[in-house]
Each structure stands twice: as C-alpha cells, then as structure tokens.
Design a protein around this ligand. Structure first.
Ligand SMILES: [Zn+2]
Length: 354
C-alpha cells in the first residue's frame, strides 16, 4: 500500500480512451474519488487532434475535469486497430483507422503529444506482440521497445509529466526478466506491465506477471495495463501491482450488467424488473441510494440514456470500494485472509450469474 502523487495505491483508473469516460460527467469522476483516469494519446491525437486540445488549454480543461490523467501511448492500438502498419527503428508508419490518412510517429513525437495533451503520467511508444508470438519476434520487439524507451527518456521534458517504462517480453520468462532489469536501470517514474490479457491462459499470465514484478525496482510503482476482473485485481494486488485500468466495469455497465456483493445482475433479466431493492444494498453510490433495480431495469428497457450513467456510477463504485477494502486489509496486515474470503464469494457470484 502506498501513494503515487495524490493517488492512494493500489488504485484503479476508469478508462476514458477518447478523453471521456462514457456516460459520466467530470463531476461524477471527481466524486467517485479514483484520483486518476486513463486516456489514450493516440486516439486523442487522431481525434480531435493535439493542436485543438492544446488550444483549449490541454485535455483536462477541454474535459472540464480536475483530476489526474494517465495517457497510454497507443502503441498497442497502432498495432491492433490500424489497417496498415510498418515498423522502423525510429518509429511507426500507420494508416488511421478513422479516415485512412497515413501518419508517422517516433518515440519523441509520442512523448511530445502527451506533454501537449497535458496528462500527468505518460507511456512511451512500444512495440507490443500479439498472442501467440514466436520467441524471435518477441525478442526483436522487446529490443525495439527498450530502444524506444531510451529515446523517449531523452526527449522527455521532466517538467511536463512523468514517464513510465513499458515492460514487454511476451510469454517468455527470461525476456520478461531482461525487460524488467533493463527498465529498472533507467530513470523512469514507474513501470507499466504490457502485453497481458491478450488471450494467454490466466495461470501463465500471473506466473509471468509475478516474474516481471520480482525483477523490477521495488521502489517505483507498477501498473498492470488493461487488467481486469475483480478477481484479477485482488490477485494483482497480492503480487504487488499498484495501478490497474480496465474497460470491463464501464463496458459491462453500458450493457446492463452490474456487480453486486451477492452476484452480478443483468437488467435484461425478468427478475430484475420486479425487484424493489437497490442494485446492491451495501453500495453507497447515487444509483443504489436513489433507485430500485426494478426502476433501472425499466429505464434500460425503454432505452433511457440516464441508465448508462447510473450503471457506470455503480460499477465504478464497486471497483473503487473493492480497492478501498484491499488497501484497508493491507494496512491491517490481513490481506491474504481478506482476499481468500472475497475470492470465495466472487467465485460463488460467478456461479450465481444469471
Ligand atoms: Zn451502487
């Protein structure tokens, strides 16, 4: 347990890829108390564009939001979303998935984009590999990722945000360890564990994450990118992860699937319609304090947009509360007992899913 800037860790960051956590107001985000959200520098660069955001005084002023922002570099999105991408030693050439225009970005460009956007924590351009990928491919991509990290550090203005190193290495433990050791030798503010949750078996993911974390400088924060479910957060915290982001709570909320302490519920289910209780009587979010599950199911059925906001508020509060409890359990030295009890409830929740 610790802090990174104004954020108590371990922490979860709601995902606002395009500079908006969908369905929420900036005020909602501030009240939820996460302290930091995630946006994607590449998406903001493509739309609305860095110059426009700069003209509005940076992404926070553009969004009317006063909390922290971590920006992902978009390396992963260049490779996963772009219809054409070519890698050079000094950067990437890719076609925009939005309008087909060609763009060329170097590690330095990606640093400058994030400095102009005005986010607090920046990610360097990296070359992720998919799953599965051969050892030779993974090794080549890792070498380039480390070279690009060094180029990013050289380009970084230390007055304008903190740069993390992205630690890759695919599914090869010795590459993961090498990536961790080399990144630890560099003056990065923290470490982002990349290339996880891409379809690899979960036990392999945790084994690799564990090897990665063991080889990192323990004095700097560790951020596990794009992971995961409530059970994943608990396991990650146990291994020493300080920061998480995941689209799951916000995306499921928009699909009417809600986390509760007694099992997840779907607004689509007929049983939800006649339920006079809140989503979760133990939750202190606005949706639970104000509305019945039956009313939310009604809003969902008639397609009223307010239900997206209410659901998102609830699911994010569930994640926030889970980590609050985790921090408390760590603070009182009983994390393992607390997590065992919580995990057994989470697994019975999965069985109880409707
Ligand atoms: Zn709630």
């Amino acid at each position: 347990m610790g802090r990174f800037g104004a954020v108590a860790t371990p922490a979860f960051m709601p995902v606002g890829t395009h500079g908006a956590v969908r369905a929420l107001l900036a005020e909602d985000l501030e009240k939820l108390g996460f302290g930091m959200i995630l946006a994607n520098a590449l998406h903001v660069y493509l739309r609305p564009g860095v110059e426009l955001v700069e003209r509005f005084g940076g992404l926070k002023r553009f969004m009317g939001y006063q909390g922290g922002i971590l920006t992902d570099s978009g390396g992963y999105q260049v490779f996963s979303l772009s219809p054409f991408v070519k890698v050079f030693d000094d950067g990437v050439l890719f076609r925009s998935p939005l309008d087909g225009a060609m763009h060329r970005l170097s590690p330095k460009d990606v640093v400058v984009i994030q400095e102009k956007i005005g986010s607090d924590i920046h990610m360097p351009l990296d070359q992720p590999v998919g799953y599965p990928a051969s050892e030779a491919q993974t090794k080549a991509a890792l070498g380039r990722t480390l070279d690009w990290l060094k180029a990013s550090l050289k380009a970084k203005n230390p007055e304008r945000g903190a740069l993390f190193g992205i630690v890759q290495g695919g599914v090869f433990p010795e590459l993961r360890v090498r990536a961790s050791i080399e990144a630890s030798e560099l003056p990065v503010a923290g470490f982002a564990l990349g290339g996880f949750s891409l379809g690899e078996p979960k036990n392999l993911m945790w084994e690799l994450a564990s090897r990665t974390i063991e080889s990192l400088d323990p004095a700097r924060p560790r951020y596990l990118m794009g992971v995961g479910t409530p059970a994943d957060l608990l396991e990650g915290v146990r291994l020493g992860v300080d920061m998480f982001d995941c689209i799951l709570p916000t995306r499921l909320a928009r699909h009417g699937q809600l986390y509760t302490s007694k099992g997840s519920v779907r607004l689509k289910n007929a049983l939800s319609r006649s339920n006079e209780e809140p989503i979760d009587p133990l939750c202190d979010c606005y949706a639970c304090k104000t509305f019945s599950l039956g009313y939310l199911a009604h809003l969902y059925r008639i397609g009223d947009p307010s239900v997206l906001r209410l659901n998102t508020l609830h699911n994010l509060r569930y994640y926030g509360k889970l980590l609050e409890e985790a921090r408390h359990a760590i603070g009182s030295g009983r994390y393992d007992q607390w997590v065992a009890a919580k995990l057994s409830r989470l697994s019975s929740e999965r069985e109880g899913n409707g």
